[in-house]
Design a protein around this ligand. Sequence first.
Ligand SMILES: NC(=O)c1ccc[n+]([C@@H]2O[C@H](COP(=O)([O-])OP(=O)(O)OC[C@H]3O[C@@H](n4cnc5c(N)ncnc54)[C@H](O)[C@@H]3O)[C@@H](O)[C@H]2O)c1
Length: 292
Amino acid sequence: MVTGGARGIGAAIAYRLGLEGCRVAVIDIDEEAARYRIENFERNGIEAMYVRADVSVEEEVAKAMDAIYRRYSSINVLVNNAGIGFSGRELEEQSYDEWRRVIDVNLTGVWICSKHAVRYMKASGGAIVNIASTRAVQSEPNTEPYTASKGGIVALTHALAVSLAKYRIRVVAVSPGWIDTSEWQIPPRESSLSPLDHQWHLAGRVGRPEDIAAIVAFLASDEAAWITGVNIVVDGGVTSKMVYMDENTIFTSLEILLQDREIVELIKTVVEKSKRGETSIKDRIRGIIDSN
Ligand SMILES: NC(=O)c1ccc[n+]([C@@H]2O[C@H](COP(=O)([O-])OP(=O)(O)OC[C@H]3O[C@@H](n4cnc5c(N)ncnc54)[C@H](O)[C@@H]3O)[C@@H](O)[C@H]2O)c1
């Protein structure tokens, strides 16, 4: 079962699990996207079903899992992937309702789905994989609800792992970094990433939904039998990177942005001259603009 499996990372996870031989169930609120996705899976030889449920509504989730169990007769893997973002408003502008909605879907949804999946999973054991985020440990300004929900998922993961070990159910969190989901939207979108976005990553590129699907497939399999209770960061190396804002960082960024080493060398010369008081950067730039 993959929540939020109609689009984005969830769709890539559901597809990969299907290719690995799983019978797939997608739980999502976007009916149109989900039906398109299921048709696509079936065309690729994957047995798949869709059940509409909002992960934050307990009765809907209970009914959905009942329907999935009735069709498949066993449930072994739950991927708690459904999630929503946040508008990024200043703290003082954030409303209680917005906070509640993000926490309800992203965090309470994981608790609700896990609680109801266990009823069916405890007979045979299995794995729950929770999709958190590197934002559990890093923040941009004005992201409080989203960040808190993802930090909560990491904590909930070890709590569930300890409680469910007696049923041989492993529980693991995966924290993706920046994932470009454009190809897994409906319809697929053009990626709008810049070379700078890619080169910021130690891995040399922004992540793809397939990167997350690969680790989830492994964690859901018996090969990961000794992994439970932990949070695995899959972010192309970004959270391991110490960042200092020095001249080198700025010039490297400029080179990536302009894709022209010669221009960057010229700018470096002007900066050096400006530091020695031989010229003023402002005057030089004004000169260039005036001459055009
Ligand atoms: N894209 C990233 O860079 C990134 C990075 C870190 C973590 N994540 C996490 O990965 C997960 C998937 O993100 P994405 O970028 O693929 O998002 P997305 O918006 O492309 O897809 C999310 C899917 O979840 C479904 N959904 C939303 N609310 C739901 C609800 N209440 N009940 C059931 N389904 C619901 C949507 O209909 C959609 O199909 C989220 O939990 C997100 O927080 C994403």
